[in-house]
Ligand binder design. Structure first.
Ligand code: NAD
Length: 485
């Protein structure tokens, strides 16, 4: 039977999904309201973990990992494939929950299929055993060993996809997980934990919910071997400090201020809609959204016109409505911050081409905004806005675009757009970012690693490089002369 939003609203209002600790549904020490950003109404009350809950979750993960690691790779893979299929079977429910708590419009919601695809792709990957030397006298092999219990900490903007990737990466490499979503949007992840409990051994995946203190407890915990974190730069630094006492392994996927550089040989009417799509995806709340655009002066006006036309076609509204292209900002504090950035535009010398204001309505809605005339030092240009305000700035040469894109402390992604892909590729190679694209932006695939340079992160997720982060290297070095007799 198809699940409708009204039924789900009623279910969530009555009770949130439980935390899952050691295979048991766990209610937690308290409840916290989860707000629907499209209406500002309370959607549900989610359980919050106590410090004792975290101790139980870590102990369960350590115990389950000892039993899980020796299992043949093929068996681990089969179980992860079963998890992917189970999530796929609950796609409708998970998508609706994700839409209600994160504000991702149903029309563009891809979280569940992407989560399922990521789990399948990562579970299918193999870390080959490397033979470093093989001679008459010596054989040296490099093996990858699991780490133990991994703490996975996720933000509110894409909880399901990030959880799926972290779970698959950790489990296929022989680890166990304690997963903590953001308390601003924990419901889909809690539900994922309940579902996963049907196919995973007890304790292998524990899903807890809580504020910063719970994340800190995990980051400092002596029995947690690794923290796989996705979120802000400030919290990434704090986790690094907390994890230092036990020298934990860390993967930090942090903020970005991705620049798109548009050369003078583009077709403005073609690139405008693409640029707009990747700048306003998830209302700009996407780590690898385009966050500033540098445009060659010769096509500047035409690209601005094309961007404005594309943005004005987008309908902002309740994420559950079928014709909504752009939903709300996810939470009240973030909405206030974005409104503050809008207010600063005139004082920073900016000129609003479209948007520029919060929208009437019950939710945290802001009109998608294109702004010109800002100085490089304006916060909207120099910092990650993580919302639907796009600064567009003219450049006099491609080299100027590269140097302005590379200024600053962040380096997550970047792109170059040109009618001549070879010219664009040469320039893209100069961008200081973990992923650079040509004539596209923000395209992700779990087969290929992502990671930030500078303060955008440490290590990688996805791909072979990402999987290796969840392992220790062990070298086996054998003197084969002795065995020859
Ligand atoms: P955040 O850093 O505030 O919170 C992320 C998670 O960390 C939450 O679960 C939060 O409860 C937890 N946390 C908070 N303080 C903590 C502490 N001291 N120790 C341990 N855990 C703690 O981020 P957010 O506001 O939820 O998400 C937005 C940010 O995430 C943006 O900067 C965005 O760019 C970034 N992000 C990055 C990527 C990427 O792949 N690089 C992907 C998505 C989002």
């Amino acid at each position: 039977m198809a699940l409708d939003a009204d039924t789900l609203f009623k279910q969530l209002a009555q009770s949130a999904p439980a935390m899952t600790i050691d295979g048991q549904a766990t209610g937690g020490k308290a409840l916290q309201a989860v707000i629907n950003p499209s209406t500002r109404e309370v959607l549900s009350h989610a359980p919050l973990a106590s410090s004792e809950d975290i101790e139980r979750a870590v102990a369960a993960a350590c115990r389950a990992q000892r039993e899980w690691a020796p299992r043949p790779l093929e068996q681990r893979r089969e179980i992860l494939m079963a998890l992917a299929s189970l999530l796929e079977a609950h796609s409708e429910e998970l998508t609706l929950i994700n839409t209600m708590e994160c504000g991702v419009p149903l029309k563009v919601a891809r979280s569940v299929p992407v989560t399922v695809a990521y789990i399948r792709a990562l579970a299918t990957m193999d870390i080959p055993r490397e033979v470093l030397e093989e001679s008459d006298t010596l054989r040296v092999e490099l093996h990858r060993q699991p780490l133990g219990a991994v703490a996975a900490v996720t933000p509110w903007n894409a909880p399901l996809t990030l959880a799926g990737a972290k779970i698959a990466s950790a489990l296929i490499t022989g680890n166990a997980v304690v997963l903590k979503p953001s308390p601003l949007a924990p419901l889909a992840t809690l539900r994922l934990g309940e579902l996963a409990n049907e196919v995973l051994p007890a304790g292998l995946l524990n899903v807890v919910n809580g504020e910063a203190a719970i994340g800190q407890q995990l980051s400092a915990h002596p029995d947690i071997a690794m923290v796989s974190f996705t979120g802000s730069v400030a919290v990434g630094k704090s986790i690094m400090r907390d994890a230092s006492s036990t020298l934990k392994r860390l993967t930090l996927e942090l903020g970005g201020n991705d620049a798109a550089i548009v050369l003078d040989d583009v077709e403005p009417a073609e690139v405008g809609p693409e640029l707009a799509r990747m700048a306003f995806a998830n209302c700009g709340q996407f780590c690898m959204a385009i966050k500033r655009i540098y445009v060659a002066r010769g096509v500047y006006d035409a690209v601005c016109d094309a961007l404005v036309a594309a943005v004005q076609e987008k309908r902002v509204g309740d994420a559950l409505e079928s014709n909504t292209d752009i939903g709300p900002l996810q939470n009240a504090a973030h909405y206030q911050r974005i409104c503050g950035l809008l207010e600063e535009i005139p004082a920073s010398g900016g000129h609003v081409l479209t948007g520029g204001r919060a929208l009437d309505g019950r939710g945290f809605f802001v009109a998608p905004t294109v702004v010109t005339g800002l100085a490089e030092t304006a916060p909207l240009v120099s910092e990650e806005q993580f919302g639907p305000i796009l600064p567009v700035l003219p450049i006099d040469s491609p080299e100027e675009g590269i140097s302005r894109a590379n200024a600053g402390r962040l380096g997550l992604g970047g792109s170059v757009w040109s009618g001549n892909p070879q010219r664009a590729e040469e320039l893209a190679r100069l961008l200081e970012a973990g992923t650079v694209w040509v004539n596209q932006h923000g395209i992700l695939d779990a087969r290929f690693p992502i990671g930030g340079v500078k303060e955008s992160g440490l290590g990688s997720e996805y791909g072979l490089a990402g999987l290796q982060q969840y392992t220790n290297a062990r070298v086996l070095n054998i003197n084969t002369r002795r065995s020859k007799g």
